[in-house]
Design a protein around this ligand. Structure first.
Ligand code: HEC
Length: 248
């Protein structure tokens, strides 16, 4: 259907049945159609559009045994120093060249993903890292190190939360177990610390979110049951003032 190639020395076609091909097609599908962001119901206009979780290639599979793992940001700082710092720089600020822009993307600061960014759900960012980083050395980070280094990156300073109060406003118990508590509606009676929500272990959280205890304290809103949303509730995109970090 599609043919993509990456220019290295000579053109190399991306195999049609590869994860990379699925990912490219998923990206184009999402650009074309918009997405239906799961149960978050963030953008009412998109409510009839696709569920991203069902598009092949749109999500990297998470680690096996993930729910029982725990990320350690202090250990991650050491992994960062050994395997990431030479490229991504001090404090994850990336490497900027005047006239060219970012040679290496920022992982923190105002030019990186915001506090509400998907990668800051540590297991999601870690799955990306384990597959792709360090650059050209994908699949060399053990899953635990990928979780640790992602946890470290998640603790670095960055932009404020965007749309935070809209995520899962209609169904707080459907938030992902590993979504940090500074994003989205926290279910009433949530019995875990913000450290556990961000760094795990996530199994007890997943079990509680699925339990009657959560559901009876946090019933879905009538709007969700009616599949009826007021587009005026859609949050506005913030105006970004400083999109580029200081050159290094
Ligand atoms: C040899 C240099 C190099 C090393 C070492 C390296 N990276 Fe990267 N990283 C890059 C480049 C270049 C990109 C952009 C790749 C692209 O756009 O295709 C990138 C992209 C990323 C991204 C995606 C950023 C975004 O906004 O899309 C993350 C996250 C990341 N790296 C984390 C890490 C971590 C964590 C490590 C250490 C385990 C690491 N990188 C090691 C060069 C490197």
């Amino acid at each position: 259907m599609y043919q993509f190639s990456i220019a290295v020395d000579s053109a190399i076609n991306i195999p049609e049945d590869s994860y990379e091909m699925d990912a490219l097609i998923a990206w184009m599908t999402i650009v074309r159609d918009g997405i239906y962001p799961g149960e978050g119901l963030l953008i009412p206009e998109f409510k009839t559009k696709k569920d991203v979780a069902k598009i092949p290639g749109a999500q990297i599979p998470l680690f096996t045994g993930l729910l029982d793992m725990k990320a350690n940001p202090q250990a991650g700082e050491k992994v960062y120093a050994q395997r990431c710092l030479t490229c991504h720089g001090d404090n994850g600020l990336g490497f900027w060249r005047d006239g060219e822009g970012y040679i290496i993307p920022a992982l923190a600061g105002s030019s990186s993903f915001s506090h509400a960014g998907g990668p800051l759900m540590v297991p999601i960012g870690a799955a990306f890292l384990q597959r792709n980083m360090p650059l050209s050395q994908g699949s060399t980070l053990p899953p635990q190190e990928a979780l640790d280094v992602m946890a470290y990156i998640a603790t670095l300073p960055r932009d404020t939360v965007w749309w935070q109060s809209y995520y899962f406003q209609h169904d707080p118990c459907s938030r992902p177990a590993f979504m940090p508590l500074h994003v989205g509606v926290i279910p009433k009676d949530f019995p875990f610390t913000k450290e556990q929500a961000q760094f795990g272990p996530w199994r007890p959280i997943a079990e509680w979110l699925a339990s009657d205890a959560c559901k009876s304290a946090n019933p879905p809103t009538q709007a969700l049951l009616n599949k009826d949303f007021d587009p005026k509730q859609a949050p506005q995109a913030p105006v970004k003032k400083d999109s580029a970090a200081a050159p290094q």
